[in-house]
Design a protein around this ligand. Structure first.
Ligand code: GDP
Ligand code: MG
Length: 733
């Protein structure tokens, strides 16, 4: 041996399990008092290979079933290098304690290199999936009969949580129905039928199945494996036909729910080499990828749960088995999925909220970059959730994902509401400055339309990135709201412009009419009303000329076919323009009425008429002062002036035009001074509308005229007296 080169020695050396394997002891998953070990997650965390994590789906669970002391633990330890207790004294450690034990495999006995060691390299993709093994430790033979309940529960549990169930039996037990195994299996299958019937599909969409791996121990080969296999399969079929099936499952076959494999193993003590060879062959099937044809594992055996979910699931399964007769394990899987996905979604949302709250999303930042960042944060949250939760029951995972997404979108909608409010107020201010600044030459309609479109374009540009990046379904509602606000603003602005125009008009008419009546009164003539009316018509026309439009250009809608048509350039409809025109008309006639009623009063008229008298009496046709020489003729000379003044009093008392001697009647009902009066009175006024309009012309009644006459007479007498006095004074000089 010593002459051989060193490398040869190494390759020939059997690789034994690594030292630390000895330290990785199994734990008791179910205690003797039937309590579930709550530290199982910690155990899984400690044992799982470096490249995997509890959130991964890459693991297998295998368990064993069979008579006491049938060499189960021995087989598992040989195959998986677990450290379950066996009957053999030298290995005996903590066991003989009844319960279900859980061990993790760190290396697998196989033909190549003797052992497959899991690499500690986290990046090693060649490692097969982690394998967790369940070993059932029942009571000793003598007590066995008394504790069938535990064995049945353990078997149910093994079926509910593992992908492969090894059924360990002696060759002699085959065909012996009473040999305990098959009888127990029947009961277990019966209870499980509802479970597997209901379990539906796996993650891959296949029907969920379990592999029953029958291992015939101490198989000498006198009876070939094939005939043992045949009789077991016959027994299974027979058993399936006789067991009671729930509704809807009457026609199912055993193979709808189970795959079956057989393996003979030689006597461990008598034919150790052959036994080991058989175990290595099993090991080869274990380390093969699940997709390989001779792999022990298939995707449809797997549960829809990451490893941490499996821990919670098996605990729920055990509690259900322990506490209830009715087993509904698929519901348990969904419950676990609900619990875990909610946990992940909450964690993801919390993380999201923290990131969001710490961010800077002011409206003065570039919206495209805000939208991108927010979109990234959303994606990070979803990816985090997907990574952890996607391996759970698909519909539950999806449902929780939708909730998460809704919550995130809710935050974004709230943010966007604040964002648009801020943008809105900035842009509304801008609109305020933009509207009056836009060229004054343009009409209000044009100015407001242009300002509105400029502002809306800006608003749209600020918001579109949020829709483009998918943060919200649509920003239309924000744009609609803002458009409405703008329209209201424009409407208010339009009314303001109209008010200004209206006031300007009133001021203009009022000033001009006041001036004009002064002039006309200072040189009153019988055609006073013709002149005043002509002037009034002219100034109205001058003002309205700016707004007169071609009738054909505005189409239908105006009632009076002959009258001019106006457009005040404020974007009013035809009807509105007509209404506004009526307002102007009413206002100007009211001013007309006010002006005459203010100037032609009992108080003022005597002085006005005194002027009329003086003009006739003191001046000649050429407006030159008359020269009086004889006092005795003065009275006679004053008569003409008196007559004229009285004639003018008649003229002023009623507004009539001279050509047809008809009263001036305003074309509109004039505004009432007390519009807020009682309805009844309004009704009365409406009924008497004609009178109201006619009363425009009636300036003084007979009594008032009489009072004016008396006053006038006094004034005239004084003028005459003064004239006489001045003649006397001059003649005596
Ligand atoms: P378990 O109770 O089913 O877990 O059985 P153990 O693995 O503890 O083994 C019970 C006894 O059977 C031990 O003394 C083993 O040495 C022995 N034993 C182990 N493997 C075999 C085997 O292949 N054939 C026989 N006849 N005995 C075995
Ligand atoms: Mg054992």
């Amino acid at each position: 041996m010593s002459s051989l080169p060193e490398e040869t020695v190494i390759t020939k050396t059997k690789i034994e399990p690594a030292l630390d394997l000895q330290e990785e002891l199994p734990i008791q998953l179910i205690f003797e008092d039937k309590k579930f070990n709550t530290e199982v997650t910690q155990y899984l965390t400690n044992t799982i290979s470096k490249r995997e994590s509890l959130t991964n789906n890459n693991y297998h669970v295998i368990s064993v079933f069979g008579s006491q002391s049938s060499g189960k633990s021995t087989l598992l330890n040989t195959l998986f290098h677990t450290n379950f207790d066996t009957m053999d004294a030298q290995v005996k450690r903590q066991q003989t304690t009844k319960g279900i034990w859980l061990g993790h495999s760190k290396s697998i006995n196989c033909s190549e290199n003797d052992y497959y060691h899991y690499s500690n390299d986290a990046n090693n993709l060649e490692n097969p999936a982690d394998i967790y093994v369940l070993d059932v430790e029942g009571s000793d033979g003598a007590e066995r009969g008394e504790d069938q309940e535990f064995e049945r529960k353990a078997a149910l549990f093994a079926l509910a949580v593992s992908e492969v169930l090894i059924i360990n039996m002696w060759e002699q037990q085959v065909g012996l129905y009473q040999g305990n195994n098959m009888g127990l299996l029947k009961t277990v299958f019966e209870v499980n039928l509802s479970l597997f019937g209901k379990s539906g599909t796996t993650l891959t969409g296949d029907k969920h199945k379990i592999l029953l791996l029958f291992i015939i121990r101490d198989h000498i080969g006198v009876t070939p494996l094939e005939s043992l296999q045949e009789s077991i399969e016959n027994e299974l079929d027979k058993m399936w036909n006789t067991l009671s099936k729930p509704e809807g499952y009457e026609d199912t076959t055993f193979h709808d729910f189970f795959d079956v494999k057989f393996k003979g193993l030689a006597h461990k003590i008598l034919q150790n080499d052959k036994f080991i060879e058989g175990v290595k062959n099993l090991g080869d099937q274990v380390i093969n990828k699940p997709t390989a044809s001779n792999s022990l594992f298939k995707p449809e055996y797997h549960y829809n749960l990451p490893l941490e979910g499996w821990a919670l699931y098996s605990e729920n399964c055990w509690n259900t088995i322990e506490n209830s007769v009715e087993l509904d394990l698929p519901t348990q899987q969904i419950l676990v999925a609900k619990f875990k996905t909610k946990e992940f979604a909450d964690a993801s949302f919390n993380e999201f909220t923290v990131t969001f709250n710490n961010g800077e999303w002011g409206y003065d930042h570039d919206p495209t970059s805000i939208a991108e960042t927010l979109s990234n944060i959303k994606n990070v949250a979803l990816e985090y959730y997907d990574k952890l939760a996607s391996r759970y029951h698909k519909p539950v995972y999806q449902e929780e994902r939708d909730i998460l997404l809704t919550n995130i979108k809710q935050i974004y909608e709230e943010y966007l509401t604040g964002y648009t409010n801020a943008i809105s107020s900035v842009l509304l201010n801008e609109f305020d400055t933009l509207l009056p600044l836009s060229s004054k030459k343009k009409s209000f309609t044009e100015r407001s339309a242009s300002a509105k479109s400029q502002i809306l374009t800006k608003f749209d540009a600020k918001l579109q990135p949020f829709q483009k990046s998918g943060l919200v379904e649509s920003v239309d509602k924000y744009i609609d709201t803002f458009t409405k606000v703008l329209d209201e603003k424009i409407e208010a602005e339009r009314l303001k412009e109209f008010q200004n125009l209206f006031k300007k008009f009133e001021k203009n008419i009022s000033r001009k009419m006041t001036e004009n009546i002064d002039i006309l009164l200072s040189d009153a003539s019988p055609d006073f009303w013709d002149k005043l009316l002509t002037y009034f018509t002219k100034i109205n026309k001058d003002f309205m000329m700016n707004f007169e439009v071609n009738r054909s250009s505005i189409g239908e809608g105006i009632t009076d076919a002959g009258a001019p048509v106006y457009d005040f350039n404020l974007g009013f409809s035809n009807t509105e323009n007509e209404q506004k025109y009526q307002m102007f008309l009413k206002a100007s006639w009211s001013i007309f009425s006010d002006v005459i009623k203010k100037n032609l009063t009992v108080g003022k008229l005597p002085s006005v008429l005194e002027g009329v008298f003086e003009k006739k009496f003191l001046y000649d046709e050429n407006d030159s002062p008359k020269f009086f020489t004889n006092v005795s003729t003065i009275d006679a000379e004053a008569e003409e002036g008196k007559d004229y003044a009285n004639k003018m009093l008649d003229v002023f008392s009623i507004a009539k035009t001279t050509d047809d001697d008809s009263e001036i009647i305003p074309p509109v009902q004039l505004a009432d001074d007390d519009e807020e009066e009682e309805e009844e009175e309004d009704e009365y006024k409406k009924d008497n509308g004609l009178f109201e309009r006619k009363s425009f012309a009636h300036i003084l009644n007979e009594t008032e005229k009489e009072r004016v006459r008396i006053e006038l007479k006094k004034k005239i007498q004084i003028v005459i007296l003064q004239t006489k006095r001045s003649v006397l004074t001059n003649s005596t000089k």
